[in-house]
Design a protein. Structure first.
Length: 427
């Protein structure tokens, strides 16, 4: 086959492959969260810690091992005891029997450590989800800014030829044309900056799963949500008790309560029993031996360790309350920010932005009729762009604060959204 025909054939195959390739699927919030959770190395590390604590639970339930012993007496001395002829050899087995509930206390403390490890993973998952949501919202805001700036550039660049015609016809001054070109140039610079900001926002988003720029080539989502009224903060505060950071303190309490039980059990002496066989070489006889021992708690009753464990157990109540108050402050702050920003966003959307667009249309009409100057027209364009940009910024801050609230209470913070927020779910 000639070389040209081969090249033509291969080009056709490659082209058909491109044409038949499925279209890229836009990245949505649910997918972004799933990628972030699947890629974060801290989660498998946390799972291994949970596995380690499960091993601790299994080990805590083990009984003491029996002990084998051998004892040789009456040998290697003088006279009749110079050899092994009159020696006594005893073979025995001893078993310690724990008293005071030591085994159950160890298991209780070990299970508390397992619960703490599980709670730490739950906290981490919430943090990953919240950060991914915030980064995703910032991408949506940057995309909206690029779209708004693009419309502004298109409008201003379309104005310049009109001004050139007006100047040529003597209907406008050269200064008006200069103003128009200056405004168009500034708009192009703002658009370039907005595109750079968008690229950086996408890079930050895909960094949550160490992805590539192609992962966020197309992003789907809606930045502005109408009629989303925040629920009262008083209804959200009780939900803090289900936060993993609070539940982890409950697990810590269980762990330390188990340690208190362990320390109390250690104050109860264990019994060690043994049985064996003794060989009496001198008479060539054999006899059974039974032994038993128990420590006498005369000097040490483990009082110091019991006191320390009880104090640490009581300390948990205050630490838990301190953690709850810290979460409460975070919730009140995030909720207040959300209320303020979402109210601003809604008012801008309902009133100010429509007024800005209407005013810009009126200025355009008056300018076309020759009743307003180029400066008036550019001021009208600028005012409209300003309020549209303000709304985008308010939308971004609104949903960033909402993501923080969701992280704390695990539910959507809107009156119309009472459903809980799952670990792979987003609005």
């Amino acid at each position: 086959m000639p070389f040209k025909r081969v090249c033509s054939f291969l080009s056709g195959v490659l082209l058909s492959g491109v044409l038949m390739a499925p279209p890229a699927v836009a990245l949505d919030l649910r997918t972004a969260i799933g990628k972030a959770l699947a890629a974060d190395p801290r989660l498998p590390a946390g799972d291994l810690e949970v596995e380690a604590t499960r091993g601790g639970v299994e080990q805590a339930g083990k009984y003491p091992n029996p002990e084998a012993s051998v004892e040789v007496e009456n040998f290697g001395g003088t006279g009749d005891y110079s050899g092994f002829g009159n020696s006594e050899v005893t073979l025995g087995v001893q078993q310690k029997f724990e008293r005071g509930g030591k085994r159950s206390a160890r298991i209780e403390a070990a299970r508390g450590k397992e619960d703490v490890a599980n709670a730490e993973i739950a906290i981490l998952r919430r943090e990953i989800i919240a950060q991914t949501k915030i980064d995703f919202v910032r991408v949506l805001g940057a995309m909206s800014t690029v779209e708004t700036m693009s419309r502004s550039v298109k409008r201003l660049e379309g104005l310049v030829p009109q001004l050139e015609k007006r100047v040529a016809a003597g209907g406008s001054l050269k200064a008006d044309l200069a103003r128009g070109k200056l405004a168009a140039g500034r708009a192009r610079v703002a658009l370039e900056k907005a595109r750079i900001d968008l690229k950086a926002a996408k890079a930050q988003l895909v960094a949550n799963w160490s992805g590539s720029a192609g992962d966020a080539r197309d992003v789907s989502g809606r930045l502005h949500h109408e009629n989303h009224k925040p629920v009262a903060v008083g209804e959200l505060l009780p939900l803090l008790n289900r936060h993993p950071a609070i539940l982890s303190w409950d697990a810590v309490y269980a762990e330390r309560a188990g340690d208190v039980s362990v320390q109390h059990s250690l104050a109860v002496p264990d019994v060690t029993l043994g049985a064996g066989v003794r060989r009496l070489s001198e008479r060539d006889d054999t006899a059974f031996v039974i032994t038993g021992s128990i420590p006498l708690p005369v000097h040490d009753r483990n009082e110091g360790n019991i006191m320390s464990s009880q104090a640490r157990l009581e300390k948990v109540r205050f630490e838990r309350e301190g953690a709850r108050r810290a979460l409460q402050r975070r919730l009140i702050e995030a909720h207040g920010e959300m209320e303020a920003e979402c109210l601003e966003s809604q008012r801008l959307f309902e009133v100010v932005v429509p007024q800005g667009r209407s005013a810009a249309d009126d200025v355009q009409s008056s300018f076309d009729q020759g009743r307003l100057t180029v400066k008036d027209l550019l001021d009208g364009y600028g005012a409209q762009l300003e309020v549209e940009t303000l709304q985008i910024e308010a939308d971004t801050r609104c949903h960033t604060a909402a993501a923080k609230v969701e992280t704390l209470v695990a539910r959507k913070p809107w009156q119309t959204g009472w459903e809980p927020v799952s670990e792979g779910n987003g609005e």
